[in-house]
Design a protein around this ligand. Structure first.
Ligand SMILES: [Zn+2]
Length: 52
């Protein structure tokens, strides 16, 4: 199901992101490179939910 893989910064693509608290029950991440904060994204990630 959900892999324990850290997301990457959608802004600069940096992989070194840290947890920056939660927002409405969702994990928020902070990019250590550009400082961009983003919620956990599982949209464009390959291997998402697949309906059959
Ligand atoms: Zn970034």
């Amino acid at each position: 199901m959900n892999l324990l893989k850290k997301p990457v910064c959608p802004r600069c693509g940096y992989v070194r992101v840290v947890k920056s608290g939660h927002v409405r029950g969702h994990q928020r991440w902070l990019c250590r490179r550009c400082g961009y904060q983003f919620p956990r994204t599982n949209g464009p990630v390959a291997g998402g939910k697949r309906r059959r």
